[in-house]
Design a protein around this ligand. Sequence first.
Ligand code: ADP
Ligand code: ZN
Length: 601
Amino acid sequence: MSRNPVQILTSVFGYPAFRGDQADIIDHIIAKRDALVLMPTGGGKSLCYQIPALCMEGTAIVISPLIALMQNQVETLQQLGIAAAALNSAHSPEEQERVRTAFLNGELKLLYIAPERLFAGGFLDLVSRCEISLFAIDEAHCVSQWGHDFRPEYLRLAVLHEKFPNVPRLALTATADEPTEKDIVERLGLSFGRTFRAGFDRPNICYRLTTKTNGTSQLLNFIKSEHNDDAGIVYCMSRKKVEQVAAKIAATGRIALPYHAGLEPETRQATQARFLKEDAVIIVATIAFGMGIDKPDVRFVAHLDLPKNMESYYQETGRAGRDGLPADAWLAYGLQDVAKLKFLMQNPDKTLARQQLDRTKLESLLQFCESALCRRHLILKYFGEDPPETCGNCDNCLEPADLFDATEAAQMALSCIYRSGEMFGAGHIIDILVGAETEKIRKFGHDRLSTYGMGKGISRPDWQSIFRQLLAHGLLNVDMEGYGGLSLDESCRPVLKGDVTLELKKSPARPKGEKSTARQSRNFANAHEEALFNLLKSVRLTLAKEQNVPPYVIFHDRTLIEMAALKPQSLSAFGELQGVGRSKLEKYGATFLKAIDDGAA
Ligand code: ADP
Ligand code: ZN
């Protein structure tokens, strides 16, 4: 086998070039030096240790906490003709013995293992008897107590360096805030290594936010018009809603499965397996779903409720489009969601400091939702980068919002809240402003307020938009008792007094983010090409079922799209496609060439 990284990239993986820092990282590891790699999801972290593993003598040990992921990686590597195996509790004792023997005999290029196994049953002694090329520590943020999935076993990984000082170590993660990064370097003893930090942008994800009118039917619309045969994830806040929404999507003829912590573990596992192994399954989930799923062809992530904060939003939407093809992050939210979340934040079980932190984080999210600026710019800035002002691939860039001088409207709203005693929700305040005749208004005598009917000239949806923006700008607060009563924030004073002008976004005629850019995710030249793509997909699915592996392990969508466009006629032309290396050419070339032929007939 060649020892040249570029040659391995093309002949084994079928990719034409390295991305970003990959080449430097690989050289660094081959030179037997330690490194920390911070790269976003889908950035291509795995190649950073897989290629050195193939270039160097001995076995690479990959430490990974998630069995499902491990399995996936091993299947992917085996499809490429690489000797890889995993040691974990999902395997029978006989299978584990086979893997140990192969390892001892030096037959494996990569061995995946969970950290607790590494330290159990004298495994480290086994390691010291073998030639080891490198240690890769995946999900390295698990070593940090700051992180969201601290795992105590990770702390013990520090001994690797003491026991095997000459074996290079590569720690990898997609979580990159500063305290976590410092922790990783410190606790794994990587201070003499180098840190490679990639930007956190996910350029292929289109961020789109829309105002909620009827959330579920907006979602159904979005799915039908833009992702009619795509896999996706829908996030909702409660289990009940998860069940309801899944049923409604299923009623349209799609496969939609609920996923939440209240389901039996077996059911959840089966759901996850279907999501991976079938085409176009939609999962409707609480946030319990997603950790450890690296399905590359998730074409959309939709939120029917607001996520907790920007971190959750970015992590959840990040599960879309790992394969680099266009994907949508779609979110619908309304005034009620804001009130609900603000209320949930005021959990008396939490310390005051924690409540304050949660509030600040929620406010950043609200500002993000209501902003007229480029979404990507706001996200990346939030995470400490210095991004360009516009991206051209978010709703605000694609359909810029108009601003208007909202000072007068805001003054009306604020004084109406003030005069009615700072205890009513937005619905009632809007009723007063537009001069509605309701029971509640009569009961409280609010038709005698000077602001009664004063805002007639503004439509109800426009008022809702104004209230959301006032909340997002922090000029209003929501009360503790959970009735969603609004009160004035100290910071609204200059607006109320007319010392400053306030610019707000006009609410668009059609809720934004609902513009049908149907089928934008794949640009087929014509209907024939699309039909061929679908044919190739069915061939892939059959092959995957025969081997009981996910379809993307055979070929990624990207490869099939290229296949449908270029329609190669010979094995050598087939071998030129992205994602077709030697092993896959041998295994599948003939089958797909025949399908291309059949498609032309
Ligand atoms: P991460 O672990 O960083 O989330 P992966 O290692 O799973 O990302 O890579 C994401 C996808 O990008 C994979 O399908 C991988 O095969 C592909 N990929 C990685 N590097 C390259 C490259 N240089 N050229 C083309 N595709 C690549
Ligand atoms: Zn943008």
